[in-house]
Design a protein. Structure first.
Ligand SMILES: NC(=O)c1ccc[n+]([C@@H]2O[C@H](COP(=O)([O-])OP(=O)(O)OC[C@H]3O[C@@H](n4cnc5c(N)ncnc54)[C@H](OP(=O)(O)O)[C@@H]3O)[C@@H](O)[C@H]2O)c1
Length: 298
């Protein structure tokens, strides 16, 4: 007998959000730098996402920099009551479009105030500390100093909840000793499964896992298995990639990014796609699972 589907909502801090949200990074210009290629379309994408029921948007002031936050404010303020905007701090952009760590107390404090101003908010609902110890992904190192600064900003009432991004399980455990962690945002998708064990342990603790690059990011996923399953289910490969993530774990919150109205409609429609068990088994075989349970049919 098939197991029941996961709920289409999950807890994020003190709010309940739909598990299919929207990531705003793709709205900035090429290289996530400068203005969008089409300002009017960027506003329409944001407004359509909200009108379609999305109530979780992921952003950062280092997209542009400042571009996506200002677009979100222009398109959506005054914000709907149920909308949760999640931002992140811990990086700054160079003139050459580079991404640089920005972890000092001064930089983190400025980043929170920049996000508040550019989003037009009095308090940020969720702020992720984006860790940057290595340009190649999550890498070990203590996060105590920057997370203590963010926890201080939370105590000042500027930040309601704190999450972590680009972190190892050891850093998540370290972070949880410093302050409550409501979400973890790491690189994960059907072909990149290093966080399998972490996802399951966060699910047991009721903590949201938010994969970045759910569709492969700057090099969108390509896989004959994805294409075959998509063809069989009369869907697109990206819809299958989204559906696989939604069925992977109940605490998985999706933020696929797009600057295209066509892709936005396609991605949102994936919430209705239920993958049969044999399709999930085929998709599970795209990448070797790392750590704990991977084969799940809910
Ligand atoms: N914490 C971090 O370090 C971190 C890092 C990266 C991203 N993020 C967050 O995660 C979100 C998601 O990541 P992402 O946007 O980089 O990557 P993604 O969602 O994996 O993929 C986005 C790419 O896929 C394309 N795409 C989207 N929908 C498609 C569809 N239906 N068919 C074909 N192509 C499609 C987009 O191009 P089009 O614009 O042409 O649709 C874009 O090139 C970001 O928006 C950002 O908020 C966080």
């Amino acid at each position: 007998m098939p197991l029941p589907r996961h709920s289409d909502t999950f807890t994020l801090g003190s709010r309940t959000v739909k598990r299919l949200g929207y990531g705003a990074m793709q709205l900035a210009g090429p290289g996530v730098f400068g203005p969008p290629k089409d300002h009017a379309t960027a506003l329409t994408v944001l407004r359509t996402a909200i009108a379609s029921g999305v109530n979780h948007i992921d952003t950062s002031d280092f997209y542009g920099p400042h571009v996506t936050n200002r677009l979100i404010r222009e398109a959506l303020a005054p914000y709907p009551d149920d909308l949760v905007i999640v931002t992140k701090i811990g990086a700054r952009r160079g003139e050459d479009k580079s991404w640089n760590p920005a972890f000092s107390r001064d930089e983190l404090t400025h980043a929170v105030h920049d996000n508040l101003r550019n989003l037009g908010l009095d308090v940020l609902e969720v702020v992720n500390l984006r860790v940057m110890f290595s340009p190649h992904g999550a890498a070990e190192g203590s996060i105590e100093a920057p997370l203590t600064v963010l926890a201080d900003l939370q105590r000042q009432g500027l930040v309601r909840h704190i999450g972590l991004s680009n972190v190892t399980p050891t850093q998540v455990a370290e972070g949880q000793k410093i302050c409550p962690i409501v979400c973890v945002q790491n690189h994960y998708n059907v072909a990149h499964r290093g966080d399998d064990a972490l996802i399951d342990s966060l699910a047991r603790d009721g903590i949201a896992y938010v994969p970045y690059f759910p569709l492969g990011g700057f090099t969108p996923l390509q896989s004959s298995t994805l294409s075959e399953v998509a063809q069989r289910l009369d869907a697109t490969p990206m819809q299958v990639a989204i559906a696989w993530l939604l069925q992977r774990a109940p605490n998985m919150l999706l933020i696929p990014g797009t600057s295209s109205m066509t892709h936005l409609h396609e991605n949102l429609a994936a919430a209705k796609l239920q993958l049969p068990d044999d399709a999930i088994r085929a998709l599970n075989a795209i990448a070797a699972p790392v750590g704990a349970a991977s084969v799940t049919s809910v």
